[in-house]
Design a protein around this ligand. Structure first.
Ligand code: UDP
Length: 319
């Protein structure tokens, strides 16, 4: 059991970010600190990295505790907002220890909800477009139904996110706490883990190292990639909104994986070869968000086009 006591020097906690050393969490923390609020980050470095938060070590409004969310947490200090981003998100990582992925989403979320209950903290849970499974409907709005077997290799994550959403929603009604549910689509940008196994980090990495670009399947599957700054703004708008149902956050610009390969290759080294490998089981054919709800309720729309976001991400990988 973790007890949050004097780690914030007695200051009331404006933001507690679970998974704050991860790619998305660390960008969220930067933005919250820029707003002048304080942030307590909790991470166990399962996939998060110390490098993502090391620039904050002298910031008087930033605090850090190493802790695994599958163990309970209590606080003696009031907490205003809790952001729950704790979970490996890349298929290769969440499938490495599928039982742990399920436990993080169920037990971890339950522990975080119990913490939220003590001070009536507002809780934002980061769910995923993966809850739609392999649905071929597009664009994907919040009401389409899941299309995935419960025994799929992706189910530990997809079903984990689904039960966590149900748990957060049910717990909030029973215990009268305010919640927000974000369903985020593919997100990318600087601080992406180079060995993450995600398509953008792989393609950039391969192009920079003169290795073949690995396309899984025929490359005609699609994804819609949202730049991290846009995603962070979407999460903040959602937290500040009054809408408690699930909301898609993502960029509507859809691309095939083949076109993505060409785009990245042409930006780095047009002579790189492409290699076709087997498609992972239950790899979704299309991923394209309908963001009408986010537009209406959050007044949010992504601003960074894929080509510009890729330039920024490539610059980061070159460092
Ligand atoms: N992918 C690929 N080559 C890679 C890595 C991924 O063709 O080196 C494909 C993968 O099969 C999927 C898409 O790119 O169709 C996005 O994969 P990623 O793991 O980035 O995200 P997710 O599948 O969770 O959307």
């Amino acid at each position: 059991m973790l007890i949050i006591d004097n780690q914030t020097n007695g200051q009331l906690i404006n933001n507690l970010v679970f998974g704050g050393a991860g790619f998305l969490g660390s960008h969220l923390i930067d933005k919250l600190l820029k707003k002048g609020e304080n942030v307590l980050c909790i991470d166990n470095f399962l996939t998060g990295k110390i490098q993502n938060i090391k620039h904050l070590k002298d910031n008087k409004k930033f605090f850090f505790i190493k802790h695994d969310v599958i163990n309970p947490i209590k606080s003696k200090i009031p907490i205003e907002k809790i952001w729950h981003l704790a979970c490996p998100a890349s298929p290769i990582y969440y499938q490495k220890d599928p039982l742990l992925t399920i436990r993080i989403n169920y037990e971890g979320t339950f522990n975080i909800l119990n913490l939220a209950k003590d001070f009536k903290s507002k809780l934002l849970f980061v769910s995923s477009s993966e809850v739609y499974g392999t649905s071929r409907v597009k664009p994907q709005d919040e009401n389409i139904l899941v299309n995935l077997s419960t025994t799929s290799p992706r189910a530990c994550y997809a079903e984990g996110k689904r039960i966590a959403e149900t748990l957060v929603d049910t717990f909030s009604k029973v215990n009268n706490i305010e919640i927000r549910l974000a369903r985020i689509f593919n997100t990318y940008g600087p601080r992406f883990n180079i060995n993450d196994g995600r398509v953008i980090s792989n393609f950039i990495n391969q192009s920079l190292r003169n290795k073949r670009i690995t396309i899984y399947g025929d490359g005609k599957q699609t994804r819609s990639f949202c730049y991290v700054d846009d995603m962070v703004q979407g999460l903040i708008n959602l937290m500040e909104s009054s809408y408690s149902g699930p909301v898609n956050l993502g960029n509507e610009e859809e691309t095939t994986i083949f076109d993505l390969a060409l785009l990245i290759r042409n930006k780095i080294n047009p002579s790189i070869k492409i290699e076709y490998l087997d498609l992972p089981v239950d790899d979704p054919r299309y991923r394209n968000p309908c963001i009408q709800l986010a537009r209406n309720k959050l007044k949010w729309i992504p601003k960074i086009a894929l080509t510009e976001g890729l330039d920024r991400t490539i610059s980061f990988f070159k460092l």
